[in-house]
Design a protein around this ligand. Sequence first.
Ligand code: ZN
Ligand code: ZN
Length: 299
Amino acid sequence: MKKRDFGWLVSLPFYAVHVAAVVGVALVGFSWQGVALAVALYYVRMFGVTGGYHRYFSHRTYRTSRAFQLLLAILAQSSVQKGALWWAAHHRDHHKYSDTPRDPHSYRDYGFWYSHVGWILSDETEETDYSRIADLARYPELRWLNKFHVVPAVVLAVGLFLVGSWPALVWGFFVSTTLLWHGTFTINSLSHIWGKRVYSTTDDSKNNPVLAVVTMGEGWHNNHHYYPRSVRQGFHWWQIDMTYYVLRALSAVGLVWDLHVPTRKVIEGDVVAIKKKSTSPLPVTEVLAAPELSEAAAE
Ligand SMILES: [Zn+2]
Ligand SMILES: [Zn+2]
């Protein structure tokens, strides 16, 4: 297994948030209001991660307005996982090179800790490859947010402090963010290790109902690697996918539209049906990993 550096210096704020969560709870004490605030901000921001960073910016599985696109980027970035453009560029590489040395967080090549958290802290993944996200980089507001990516999180933290003082800051930001990080990162680590494989993709992706609850539907990761263009990752009614339900509600009120769902044949595993849907000369794996870059990202 190849060894990669974690980037200890740039990681200091990451560890500081963990320490602030533990020490903070010891100082402000336990409260059910605090727990409720942490959980609420966990799931609201998890939607930003899954419905924003992942299903919109990385895979473009639905369409929306330029204003709502900006809101999605702000909400996603309040989770402190860098810029939406940075996230999408790396994630597109994850699908293109899944579980090979060029995958930014390959468990197979770099081990559990690197795939879980090391890759996001590493000096080697700091840059944004704008050529991977040309469809989104043409929006100056997204480029600005990508450069000053901590701004939404700082505004959230300051806002919590102003409204609810130390308990709100500790529970709503430090505790909630620490949990949100590790909840999100299970998809890069555990869902390539632990679960059931339904589709014989070329990577190690797995379906895992526990991770699906933790991540609002992202635990159906084998489904997702099989058909990344789908807005829904739970392919069956019993595969709970909260992100998809929220997106359905948002589409009902007209905030998002053109939700791309797989046909029954695709769900049944008919790869020919997927190939037929594409007229691109690219190989099918490439087509499925990359969104339609020629399409306008937002209207
Ligand atoms: Zn994956
Ligand atoms: Zn993906």
